[in-house]
Design a protein around this ligand. Structure first.
Ligand code: 13P
Length: 334
Protein backbone atom coordinates (compact mmCIF):
# COMPACT_ATOMS: atom_id res chain seq x y z
CA UNK A 1 0.00 0.00 0.00
CA UNK A 2 2.72 2.46 0.95
CA UNK A 3 4.39 1.82 -2.40
CA UNK A 4 1.20 2.89 -4.22
CA UNK A 5 0.89 5.99 -2.02
CA UNK A 6 4.46 7.09 -2.66
CA UNK A 7 4.16 6.41 -6.38
CA UNK A 8 0.94 8.43 -6.64
CA UNK A 9 2.35 11.30 -4.57
CA UNK A 10 5.48 11.40 -6.74
CA UNK A 11 3.38 11.47 -9.91
CA UNK A 12 1.29 14.32 -8.46
CA UNK A 13 4.49 16.26 -7.88
CA UNK A 14 6.00 15.48 -11.32
CA UNK A 15 8.54 18.11 -12.40
CA UNK A 16 7.09 21.10 -14.27
CA UNK A 17 3.51 20.33 -13.22
CA UNK A 18 1.00 21.09 -10.50
CA UNK A 19 -2.59 20.40 -9.51
CA UNK A 20 -5.85 22.03 -10.55
CA UNK A 21 -8.63 22.36 -7.98
CA UNK A 22 -12.06 22.09 -9.63
CA UNK A 23 -13.87 20.92 -6.53
CA UNK A 24 -15.98 23.97 -5.73
CA UNK A 25 -19.10 23.02 -3.81
CA UNK A 26 -22.35 23.87 -5.62
CA UNK A 27 -22.97 27.08 -3.61
CA UNK A 28 -19.41 28.33 -4.28
CA UNK A 29 -19.66 27.41 -7.96
CA UNK A 30 -23.03 29.18 -8.19
CA UNK A 31 -21.65 32.32 -6.57
CA UNK A 32 -18.97 32.48 -9.29
CA UNK A 33 -21.49 31.69 -12.04
CA UNK A 34 -23.94 34.32 -10.76
CA UNK A 35 -21.32 37.08 -11.12
CA UNK A 36 -21.04 36.24 -14.84
CA UNK A 37 -24.74 35.66 -15.52
CA UNK A 38 -24.21 31.92 -16.02
CA UNK A 39 -27.26 29.76 -15.14
CA UNK A 40 -26.82 28.08 -11.77
CA UNK A 41 -27.76 24.58 -12.86
CA UNK A 42 -26.29 21.10 -12.74
CA UNK A 43 -25.90 21.18 -16.55
CA UNK A 44 -23.94 24.45 -16.40
CA UNK A 45 -21.64 22.96 -13.74
CA UNK A 46 -21.17 19.84 -15.87
CA UNK A 47 -20.47 21.87 -19.04
CA UNK A 48 -17.92 24.01 -17.23
CA UNK A 49 -16.10 20.99 -15.83
CA UNK A 50 -16.19 19.34 -19.28
CA UNK A 51 -14.52 22.44 -20.71
CA UNK A 52 -11.69 22.01 -18.20
CA UNK A 53 -11.12 18.25 -18.56
CA UNK A 54 -11.19 18.42 -22.37
CA UNK A 55 -8.71 21.29 -22.65
CA UNK A 56 -6.12 20.14 -25.20
CA UNK A 57 -2.69 19.28 -23.74
CA UNK A 58 -3.67 20.23 -20.18
CA UNK A 59 -1.69 17.22 -18.94
CA UNK A 60 1.52 19.00 -20.01
CA UNK A 61 1.19 21.31 -17.00
CA UNK A 62 -1.34 19.59 -14.73
CA UNK A 63 -0.61 16.31 -12.95
CA UNK A 64 -3.83 15.96 -10.95
CA UNK A 65 -7.36 17.41 -10.77
CA UNK A 66 -9.37 17.72 -7.56
CA UNK A 67 -13.02 16.90 -8.27
CA UNK A 68 -16.22 17.39 -6.31
CA UNK A 69 -18.54 14.49 -5.44
CA UNK A 70 -20.93 15.49 -8.24
CA UNK A 71 -18.10 15.94 -10.76
CA UNK A 72 -16.40 12.58 -10.24
CA UNK A 73 -19.67 10.93 -11.30
CA UNK A 74 -20.23 13.09 -14.40
CA UNK A 75 -19.44 12.48 -18.07
CA UNK A 76 -18.92 14.52 -21.23
CA UNK A 77 -21.80 15.15 -23.66
CA UNK A 78 -20.32 12.28 -25.64
CA UNK A 79 -20.83 9.99 -22.63
CA UNK A 80 -17.18 9.60 -21.55
CA UNK A 81 -16.64 9.76 -17.78
CA UNK A 82 -14.58 12.75 -16.66
CA UNK A 83 -12.35 10.35 -14.75
CA UNK A 84 -11.56 8.49 -17.99
CA UNK A 85 -10.93 11.74 -19.88
CA UNK A 86 -8.51 12.85 -17.16
CA UNK A 87 -6.65 9.55 -17.07
CA UNK A 88 -6.33 9.66 -20.86
CA UNK A 89 -4.84 13.16 -20.58
CA UNK A 90 -2.30 11.90 -18.03
CA UNK A 91 -4.04 13.73 -15.17
CA UNK A 92 -4.68 11.85 -11.92
CA UNK A 93 -8.26 12.22 -10.61
CA UNK A 94 -8.66 13.34 -6.99
CA UNK A 95 -11.64 14.10 -4.78
CA UNK A 96 -12.57 16.63 -2.12
CA UNK A 97 -13.95 14.63 0.80
CA UNK A 98 -14.49 17.15 3.59
CA UNK A 99 -18.01 18.36 4.26
CA UNK A 100 -17.17 21.97 4.90
CA UNK A 101 -16.10 24.19 7.78
CA UNK A 102 -18.72 24.68 10.50
CA UNK A 103 -18.76 27.03 13.50
CA UNK A 104 -16.61 25.67 16.31
CA UNK A 105 -18.73 25.70 19.47
CA UNK A 106 -17.36 27.96 22.23
CA UNK A 107 -14.77 29.48 19.88
CA UNK A 108 -16.42 32.59 18.37
CA UNK A 109 -15.13 33.39 14.89
CA UNK A 110 -13.45 30.00 14.41
CA UNK A 111 -14.40 26.92 12.45
CA UNK A 112 -13.81 23.19 12.39
CA UNK A 113 -14.08 21.07 9.28
CA UNK A 114 -16.54 18.17 9.37
CA UNK A 115 -16.80 14.97 7.35
CA UNK A 116 -15.11 12.16 9.29
CA UNK A 117 -18.28 10.12 9.89
CA UNK A 118 -18.52 7.36 7.29
CA UNK A 119 -15.31 8.55 5.63
CA UNK A 120 -13.73 5.06 5.50
CA UNK A 121 -16.61 3.75 3.35
CA UNK A 122 -16.75 6.90 1.20
CA UNK A 123 -13.03 6.62 0.46
CA UNK A 124 -13.47 3.01 -0.64
CA UNK A 125 -16.23 4.13 -3.02
CA UNK A 126 -14.14 6.99 -4.36
CA UNK A 127 -11.22 4.63 -4.99
CA UNK A 128 -13.57 2.44 -7.05
CA UNK A 129 -14.71 5.53 -8.96
CA UNK A 130 -11.05 6.24 -9.85
CA UNK A 131 -9.83 8.76 -7.25
CA UNK A 132 -6.20 8.25 -6.27
CA UNK A 133 -5.86 11.29 -4.02
CA UNK A 134 -8.14 13.37 -1.81
CA UNK A 135 -8.36 16.81 -0.25
CA UNK A 136 -9.55 18.10 3.13
CA UNK A 137 -9.53 21.84 3.87
CA UNK A 138 -9.44 23.42 7.31
CA UNK A 139 -9.89 27.18 7.60
CA UNK A 140 -8.02 29.29 10.12
CA UNK A 141 -8.85 32.94 10.70
CA UNK A 142 -6.45 35.59 11.99
CA UNK A 143 -7.99 38.17 14.32
CA UNK A 144 -8.03 39.51 17.85
CA UNK A 145 -6.66 36.54 19.82
CA UNK A 146 -7.16 34.25 16.80
CA UNK A 147 -6.26 31.62 15.89
CA UNK A 148 -6.63 29.92 19.26
CA UNK A 149 -4.66 26.79 20.14
CA UNK A 150 -8.01 25.02 20.53
CA UNK A 151 -9.00 25.73 16.93
CA UNK A 152 -5.58 24.73 15.58
CA UNK A 153 -5.66 21.52 17.60
CA UNK A 154 -9.13 20.29 16.58
CA UNK A 155 -8.50 21.04 12.92
CA UNK A 156 -5.08 19.36 12.97
CA UNK A 157 -6.61 16.33 14.68
CA UNK A 158 -9.35 16.05 12.03
CA UNK A 159 -6.84 16.53 9.19
CA UNK A 160 -4.67 13.72 10.57
CA UNK A 161 -7.68 11.41 11.11
CA UNK A 162 -8.69 12.04 7.50
CA UNK A 163 -5.11 11.52 6.24
CA UNK A 164 -4.75 8.18 8.03
CA UNK A 165 -8.08 6.95 6.62
CA UNK A 166 -7.05 8.02 3.10
CA UNK A 167 -3.79 6.12 3.30
CA UNK A 168 -5.59 3.01 4.56
CA UNK A 169 -7.71 3.20 1.36
CA UNK A 170 -4.68 3.67 -0.95
CA UNK A 171 -5.51 7.33 -1.51
CA UNK A 172 -2.91 10.10 -1.11
CA UNK A 173 -4.18 12.77 1.28
CA UNK A 174 -3.74 16.45 0.51
CA UNK A 175 -3.87 18.23 3.86
CA UNK A 176 -4.96 21.86 3.54
CA UNK A 177 -4.81 24.07 6.63
CA UNK A 178 -5.73 27.40 5.03
CA UNK A 179 -4.86 30.52 6.98
CA UNK A 180 -7.25 33.03 5.43
CA UNK A 181 -6.24 36.31 3.79
CA UNK A 182 -9.26 38.18 5.22
CA UNK A 183 -8.34 40.95 7.65
CA UNK A 184 -5.81 43.70 8.20
CA UNK A 185 -3.08 41.53 9.74
CA UNK A 186 0.55 41.90 8.67
CA UNK A 187 2.70 39.38 6.84
CA UNK A 188 4.46 38.72 10.16
CA UNK A 189 1.16 37.83 11.82
CA UNK A 190 0.34 35.48 8.95
CA UNK A 191 3.79 33.93 9.37
CA UNK A 192 3.17 33.31 13.08
CA UNK A 193 -0.32 31.83 12.53
CA UNK A 194 0.85 29.63 9.64
CA UNK A 195 3.84 28.41 11.64
CA UNK A 196 1.60 27.46 14.59
CA UNK A 197 -0.93 25.75 12.29
CA UNK A 198 1.76 23.69 10.55
CA UNK A 199 3.46 22.71 13.82
CA UNK A 200 0.13 21.53 15.21
CA UNK A 201 -0.64 19.67 11.99
CA UNK A 202 2.64 17.77 11.71
CA UNK A 203 2.51 16.86 15.43
CA UNK A 204 -0.84 15.20 14.79
CA UNK A 205 0.20 13.58 11.52
CA UNK A 206 3.19 11.94 13.20
CA UNK A 207 1.10 10.99 16.26
CA UNK A 208 -1.46 9.32 14.01
CA UNK A 209 1.22 7.41 12.04
CA UNK A 210 0.60 9.07 8.71
CA UNK A 211 3.23 8.23 6.08
CA UNK A 212 4.75 11.59 5.21
CA UNK A 213 6.22 10.31 1.92
CA UNK A 214 2.65 9.58 0.80
CA UNK A 215 1.22 12.98 1.70
CA UNK A 216 0.94 16.40 0.04
CA UNK A 217 0.65 19.64 2.02
CA UNK A 218 -1.55 22.37 0.55
CA UNK A 219 -0.78 25.54 2.50
CA UNK A 220 -1.46 29.22 2.07
CA UNK A 221 1.38 31.49 1.07
CA UNK A 222 2.57 33.78 3.88
CA UNK A 223 0.89 37.07 2.94
CA UNK A 224 -0.33 40.28 4.51
CA UNK A 225 -4.12 40.43 5.03
CA UNK A 226 -6.20 41.86 2.20
CA UNK A 227 -6.90 45.01 4.24
CA UNK A 228 -3.36 45.45 5.57
CA UNK A 229 -2.04 48.90 4.58
CA UNK A 230 1.41 47.43 3.91
CA UNK A 231 1.32 45.03 0.96
CA UNK A 232 4.74 43.38 0.92
CA UNK A 233 6.60 42.73 -2.30
CA UNK A 234 7.52 39.47 -3.98
CA UNK A 235 10.82 39.07 -2.13
CA UNK A 236 9.26 39.45 1.32
CA UNK A 237 6.48 37.01 0.48
CA UNK A 238 8.94 34.49 -0.95
CA UNK A 239 11.25 34.78 2.04
CA UNK A 240 8.43 34.59 4.60
CA UNK A 241 6.73 31.64 2.93
CA UNK A 242 9.84 29.56 2.31
CA UNK A 243 11.24 30.23 5.80
CA UNK A 244 7.95 29.25 7.42
CA UNK A 245 7.74 26.01 5.41
CA UNK A 246 11.39 25.09 6.00
CA UNK A 247 10.85 25.49 9.75
CA UNK A 248 7.73 23.35 9.91
CA UNK A 249 7.44 20.83 7.06
CA UNK A 250 9.54 17.67 7.42
CA UNK A 251 11.81 16.84 4.49
CA UNK A 252 10.07 13.46 4.12
CA UNK A 253 6.87 15.12 2.88
CA UNK A 254 6.49 14.39 -0.82
CA UNK A 255 5.42 17.86 -1.87
CA UNK A 256 3.91 21.24 -1.10
CA UNK A 257 1.24 22.63 -3.45
CA UNK A 258 -0.16 26.07 -2.67
CA UNK A 259 -3.78 27.19 -2.71
CA UNK A 260 -4.30 30.58 -4.33
CA UNK A 261 -6.84 31.85 -1.81
CA UNK A 262 -8.22 34.64 -3.97
CA UNK A 263 -4.91 36.20 -5.05
CA UNK A 264 -4.95 37.63 -8.57
CA UNK A 265 -3.74 34.97 -11.03
CA UNK A 266 -0.57 36.77 -12.13
CA UNK A 267 0.42 37.59 -8.59
CA UNK A 268 0.00 34.00 -7.41
CA UNK A 269 2.30 32.83 -10.22
CA UNK A 270 4.79 35.65 -9.61
CA UNK A 271 5.00 34.79 -5.91
CA UNK A 272 5.57 31.08 -6.59
CA UNK A 273 8.19 32.10 -9.13
CA UNK A 274 9.95 34.35 -6.60
CA UNK A 275 10.23 31.43 -4.16
CA UNK A 276 11.93 29.30 -6.80
CA UNK A 277 14.27 32.09 -7.89
CA UNK A 278 15.21 32.56 -4.25
CA UNK A 279 15.77 28.86 -3.49
CA UNK A 280 17.25 27.84 -6.84
CA UNK A 281 16.39 24.14 -6.53
CA UNK A 282 17.54 23.82 -2.91
CA UNK A 283 14.29 22.72 -1.26
CA UNK A 284 13.67 19.35 0.38
CA UNK A 285 10.25 18.86 -1.25
CA UNK A 286 8.54 19.71 -4.53
CA UNK A 287 7.02 23.21 -4.35
CA UNK A 288 4.16 23.74 -6.77
CA UNK A 289 0.55 24.88 -7.24
CA UNK A 290 -2.87 23.47 -6.49
CA UNK A 291 -4.86 26.50 -7.57
CA UNK A 292 -8.50 26.87 -8.37
CA UNK A 293 -9.22 30.54 -9.05
CA UNK A 294 -5.66 31.46 -10.08
CA UNK A 295 -5.78 28.71 -12.72
CA UNK A 296 -9.26 28.81 -14.17
CA UNK A 297 -11.02 32.05 -13.21
CA UNK A 298 -9.88 33.63 -16.53
CA UNK A 299 -11.35 30.63 -18.35
CA UNK A 300 -14.69 31.01 -16.56
CA UNK A 301 -14.70 34.75 -17.37
CA UNK A 302 -14.09 33.95 -21.06
CA UNK A 303 -16.68 31.15 -21.18
CA UNK A 304 -19.64 33.01 -19.63
CA UNK A 305 -21.78 29.91 -20.16
CA UNK A 306 -21.69 30.26 -23.97
CA UNK A 307 -20.56 27.16 -25.93
CA UNK A 308 -19.16 29.43 -28.66
CA UNK A 309 -16.62 30.70 -26.12
CA UNK A 310 -15.18 27.28 -25.22
CA UNK A 311 -12.04 27.59 -27.41
CA UNK A 312 -11.24 31.02 -25.91
CA UNK A 313 -11.85 29.71 -22.40
CA UNK A 314 -9.61 26.71 -22.95
CA UNK A 315 -6.91 28.98 -24.37
CA UNK A 316 -7.16 31.13 -21.21
CA UNK A 317 -6.77 28.03 -19.03
CA UNK A 318 -3.76 26.83 -21.01
CA UNK A 319 -2.18 30.26 -20.67
CA UNK A 320 -2.55 30.24 -16.88
CA UNK A 321 -1.36 26.63 -16.62
CA UNK A 322 1.77 27.44 -18.64
CA UNK A 323 2.47 30.46 -16.42
CA UNK A 324 2.14 28.40 -13.25
CA UNK A 325 4.35 25.66 -14.68
CA UNK A 326 6.98 28.26 -15.59
CA UNK A 327 6.72 29.73 -12.07
CA UNK A 328 7.39 26.31 -10.63
CA UNK A 329 10.75 26.42 -12.40
CA UNK A 330 11.49 30.04 -11.54
CA UNK A 331 11.05 30.94 -15.22
CA UNK A 332 7.82 32.95 -15.13
CA UNK A 333 7.91 36.28 -16.99
CA UNK A 334 4.54 38.08 -16.64
P1 13P B 1 -8.12 28.61 -4.58
O1 13P B 1 -6.85 28.38 -5.33
O2 13P B 1 -9.17 29.34 -5.39
O3 13P B 1 -7.91 29.19 -3.22
O4 13P B 1 -8.77 27.19 -4.34
C1 13P B 1 -7.95 26.19 -3.88
C2 13P B 1 -8.74 25.22 -3.12
O5 13P B 1 -8.76 24.07 -3.45
C3 13P B 1 -9.47 25.70 -1.93
O6 13P B 1 -9.76 24.61 -1.12
Amino acid sequence: MSELLVKTAQAMMAPGKGLIAMDESNPTCHKRFAKLGIPQTEEARRSYRELIVTTPNLGNWISGAILFDETIRQSSVGGVRFVDLLNKAGIIPGIKVDEGAKDLPAFPGEKVTEGLDGLRERLQDYFKLGARFAKWRAVIAIGDGLPTDGCLHVNAHALARYAALCQEAGIVPIVEPEVLMDGSHSLQECFAATQRALHALFDELVEQRVLLEGLILKPNMVLPGLDCPKQDGLDEVAEGTVTCLLRTVPAAVQGVAFLSGGQPSELAAARLNAMHVRCDGKLPWALTYSFSRALHQDAMDAWKGNPANIPAAQAALVKRARCCAAAREGKYRP
